[in-house]
Design a protein around this ligand. Structure first.
Ligand SMILES: [Zn+2]
Length: 258
């Protein structure tokens, strides 16, 4: 008997078994399910949240994406941001209104949720970059909110027909305003619980899933190290991250995928 072959076969089977378990864990995590092999996954969200549902209204894209082989030096397409609607008892909160064209903004809101712009109670801006408030004027009946530093920047820009109110409290007693500096100094995101999951509408604190995977700030970040630490903090508190320019994703995929 060739002991080297025997050893190799045993080693192979052990490694193959391990790989299969690892694969099952990854698959279960990707599907949001629970794997017996992995043990019960502990989600971070509370079940008694006042948030009833949330929907991505527009899936954003970047003007240039280094993970697609594009240079940071110049934009190659128009950027739009990811816009999200958070709905709870008595409120509809829109995050980062993305579309400058009123008809398009209304159409996307209707396609994803069936509601009209006038049904939105409040609009929150994560930061003062133009693509994150491009559609704000289409919600004249809503309250306009941002963290105080962002509101000040927006109000002094003279680009808006009326003032944005600074807020730091829990919005509608359901949604937390959290400081997420790095992309800009005053950037703030929203965190809330829904269906037992902890969800962060990150704005540009996270550009896309690829940027989050490498904890990399977008090319125009004011502080890349601070951006990375902010993403670490978001990974610790979120099950799901809604980035500024991509579809939403599981925050812990990095640890489960190895
Ligand atoms: Zn930005």
């Amino acid at each position: 008997m060739d002991e080297t072959r025997l050893f190799s076969r045993a080693t192979f089977l052990t490694q193959a078994g391990g790989a299969l378990v690892g694969s099952a864990m990854t698959t279960a995590s990707c599907l949001g399910g629970q794997s017996a092999a992995a043990g019960a996954h502990t989600w971070k969200g509370r079940k008694d949240s006042k948030v009833q549902r949330w929907d991505v209204i527009t899936i954003g894209n970047l003007s240039r994406n280094r993970y697609w082989g594009e240079s940071d030096a110049q934009g190659v397409r128009a950027a739009i941001c990811t816009c999200t609607l958070i709905v709870g008892a008595g409120f509809r909160l829109l995050v980062d209104p993305s579309l400058a064209d009123a008809v398009e903004m209304g159409r996307e809101l209707d396609r994803r949720t069936g509601i009209k712009p006038r049904d939105v109670s409040a609009v929150f801006m994560t930061h003062e970059h133009g693509d994150h408030f491009a559609g704000l004027a289409h919600f004249p009946e809503a309250t306009w909110w941002a963290a105080p530093g962002v509101a000040e920047n927006l109000n002094t820009s003279a680009k808006l027909p009326r003032r944005v109110e600074g807020v730091m409290d829990r919005l509608f007693d359901a949604v937390e305003v959290i400081a997420t500096p790095g992309h800009t100094r005053t950037h703030h995101s929203l965190r809330f619980d829904c269906d037992g999951l902890s969800i962060v509408a990150a704005g540009d604190a996270v550009a896309t899933r690829d940027f989050f995977r490498e904890r990399r700030g977008y090319f125009n970040a004011v502080d890349f190290e601070l951006s990375a630490r902010t993403m670490d903090r978001l990974a610790a508190v979120a099950d799901i991250i809604i980035p500024g320019h991509d579809n939403y994703f599981l925050a812990d995929f990095r640890s489960t995928a190895g």
